[in-house]
Design a protein around this ligand. Structure first.
Ligand SMILES: [Zn+2]
Length: 212
């Protein structure tokens, strides 16, 4: 698959935040390796949007909010299974900051998610209860942005859920896989790839983007 980049495309950079990079509280291995390439790619898009994980201090997705539980355990909540994470991306803290000043400067929108205490939100479109919408689909439609190229962290969680919801909302959705990095806990990367394929999400490498 070879793709040109059009004026009504959007590049969505998911959760490129201090806590998800090496040294952060929920570091994704090699997460720092994709920062410079995403910055370079962003210069080719007219529309760059960021998502930002933005949690309350005792968020329900934190293992520390559930006595006796450890990070990476899975528990059942009202809305379904929830992986428990180390505390991360607490609103207003250094760890929650976007790790790239260049992308922050270029971004037209920084969409915060996960700010409701009792619901997680991997997806930039809707929270983990699958009901509470963030407004992103409406924003994209009102701006006439039709095709979404998704990069960032982590492949198997926030990138995956954002991409599936993008496709479900009728956007042509392309994940640039070598500009994402995975957490890969309990087979999550393989199942994320399968789920994205089923949802009609295209997975490509950066090399498939034509230099216009
Ligand atoms: Zn989170």
């Amino acid at each position: 698959m070879e793709l040109d980049i059009r004026a009504d495309d959007a590049l969505i950079v998911v959760d490129l935040q201090v806590d998800f990079l090496p040294g952060g509280r929920l570091a994704v291995a090699d997460g720092d390796s994709i920062v410079a390439p995403i910055e370079a790619l962003a210069d080719r898009y007219a529309n760059v949007l960021l998502t930002q994980d933005w949690h309350t201090p005792h968020h329900i997705s934190f293992a520390s909010s559930h006595p006796g539980r450890q990070p990476f355990e899975v528990i059942n909540l009202d809305y379904g299974p929830q992986v428990l994470w180390p505390d991360h991306c607490v609103m207003g803290t250094r760890g929650a900051e976007i790790a790239s000043p260049a992308l922050l400067a270029k971004a037209q929108l920084v969409l915060r998610k996960g700010y409701n205490d009792s619901v997680d939100s991997y997806s930039g479109f809707r929270e983990a209860d699958r009901k509470t919408l963030t407004g992103l689909a409406g924003y994209l439609r009102e701006r006439g942005l039709k095709r979404l190229f998704i990069t960032g962290l982590a492949t198997d969680f926030c990138v995956n859920w954002t991409a599936q919801d993008a496709a479900a909302n009728g956007f042509e959705t392309i994940v640039i896989e070598d500009l994402t990095c995975a957490i890969d806990t309990n087979g999550s990367l393989a199942s994320a790839r399968g789920d994205m394929d089923k949802a009609g999400v295209h997975r490509i490498s950066q090399a498939e983007l034509l230099v216009g």
